[in-house]
Design a protein around this ligand. Structure first.
Ligand SMILES: Nc1ncnc2c1ncn2[C@@H]1O[C@H](COP(=O)(O)OP(=O)(O)OP(=O)(O)O)[C@@H](O)[C@H]1O
Length: 445
């Protein structure tokens, strides 16, 4: 083996160890320069490194020459005794998402072949030009550290692993290699048109940048590797940091922000992006990202996210909740009898008992109640203080820093229209020691 591209490929395969001789590898070959070069480079690996190779090609039937291209790949494989599969894709149901539909079709086909033939890995021929285009496109679209991610060289994928061994090679390098090997390849004319943003970037922006620095592709690939590595580290760090601070609440999660990181908004927004992605698989838009940063210096604030989710900052806590949680409180109402358990519509259970012994769960009341009601709060609700005066319930909830959404979820127990008990918030206050009651309360989570 003397070709410099083959030597470079072998060295990278050796260093990265993405592929092993015991692997059964499906190579996705379109017939273009990148995938033909990949197939040939794999074939020229020494026996001790070369996985068992299989090839699949999707005939997209969009160009008149596509079946000739497939025939050329088939012949290449037959001559070298490589098992080969192909299938034909006829129609896209809508023009706008044609590329996405084609990709979906392609990967489904690969998955089926891998399952049927016990293949462990899939290789595609994404190379350094694809990488540079991808990073720049994402950077232009978004300013998020988590979403500006380059193409990953190796990842777990449906039925095994997906590897991209050519990210360190430019298209030009691969085409020069094929010429030296006297191998032909198909040329996709649509790549020369300027309809797509990717093509315009490829034809005008990247060549200009490359003139400024010919090592641009190398640098972008290096940047991508470091970025992925830092993301992994940060993910691990955030996971351990968040674990003791994250609590499941009724319809979402609560995060304790007290002394978290340095309290700096950019750090916190990095963590929130991670959290939102990890918990509900939602990516924040650029505008939402800016709003998250503005949320942190404030004591309270609310930010609507994609779907029916929202972020709520409430003093030292951050809530990630379904928006439905904060709709107006339910007017549900239950009549209670002493010693009889009531099951509320959110699964919480309440029983009122007469008690003999005073405890943190008991309260005194002046007379035997005639009517006992369980309901949510209503405007104007007041609670009695020990001196006989009343305080607005809302003021008490604000003092206790109970967030808005939680206030509307609270259950109140009333004896003859007087609030006597609210879980973790209030117990009736009176100097009278006439009747002692206890509320047994069970939460569903
Ligand atoms: N029709 C196809 N059949 C099989 N694999 C494909 C097909 N189209 C693309 N691929 C695989 O997906 C990778 C990325 O696809 P993309 O469309 O970005 O590349 P491409 O420009 O078609 O690459 P190539 O130069 O190999 O034709 C290809 O390198 C190849 O491994």
């Amino acid at each position: 083996m003397t070709d410099p591209t083959e030597i470079k490929f072998m060295q990278i395969m050796h260093q990265t160890a993405y592929l092993k001789p015991e692997d059964r590898l499906l190579v996705a070959v379109s017939g273009g320069s990148d995938s033909m070069a990949l197939l040939n480079l794999l074939l020229h690996l020494p026996d001790s490194m070369r996985p068992k190779l299989f090839v699949a090609t999707v005939d997209f039937a969009l160009r008149s020459i596509s079946s000739q291209e497939v025939a050329a790949v088939r012949q290449f494989c037959q001559q070298r005794q490589i098992p080969f599969w192909t299938t034909r894709w006829q129609h896209a149901t809508s023009v706008t998402s044609m590329e996405a539909q084609a990709r979906q079709f392609r990967y489904n086909f690969f998955q089926q072949i891998m399952q049927k033939n016990q293949l462990t890995k899939l290789a595609t021929a994404h190379q350094a030009d694809d990488q540079a285009e991808t990073i720049l496109m994402k950077l232009i679209r978004s300013g998020s550290f988590w979403t500006v991610q380059g193409i990953v060289p190796c990842q777990t994928w449906k039925v095994g692993q997906l590897v991209r061994p050519l990210l360190n090679f430019t298209k030009k390098e691969l085409q020069d290699y094929l010429h030296r090997q006297h191998l032909s390849y198909a040329v996709d004319e649509s790549n020369f048109q300027d309809i797509t943003w990717r093509n315009r970037l490829r034809h005008y922006v990247l060549p200009q940048l490359q003139r400024e620095n010919p090592r641009l592709h190398e640098h972008l690939q290096q940047f991508s590797q470091q970025q992925i590595s830092v993301q992994n580290l940060l993910q691990q760090y955030f996971q351990t940091l968040i674990a003791p601070r994250l609590t499941r609440v009724l319809q979402g999660w609560q995060l304790d922000l007290q002394d978290l990181l340095t309290g700096e908004p950019v750090q916190l927004s990095l963590l929130v992006q991670y959290l939102v992605h990890d918990l509900i698989q939602v990516e924040l838009t650029g505008r939402q990202l800016a709003a998250v940063q503005q949320l942190f210096p404030k004591a309270n604030g609310l930010l609507k996210l994609t779907g029916d989710w929202q972020l709520q900052k409430s003093y030292r806590y951050l809530f990630l909740l379904r928006s439905a949680t904060s709709t107006s409180p339910s007017t549900e109402q239950y009549l209670l009898q002493i010693d009889q358990q009531v099951l509320a519509n959110d699964g919480q259970k309440f029983t009122i008992k007469q008690s003999i012994q005073k405890s943190p769960k008991t309260f005194y009341y002046d007379h035997w109640p005639r009517r006992i009601v369980l309901r949510h709060r209503q405007p104007g609700d007041q609670v009695r203080l020990l001196n006989g005066q009343h305080q607005k319930l809302k003021a008490r909830l604000i003092n206790l820093k109970i967030p808005q959404w939680q206030r509307d979820q609270l259950w109140l127990i009333l004896f003859d229209q007087e609030i006597v008990w609210i879980p973790q918030v209030y117990r009736y206050q009176t100097p009278s020691k006439k009747f002692l009651f206890e509320v047994k309360w069970e939460r569903n989570n």
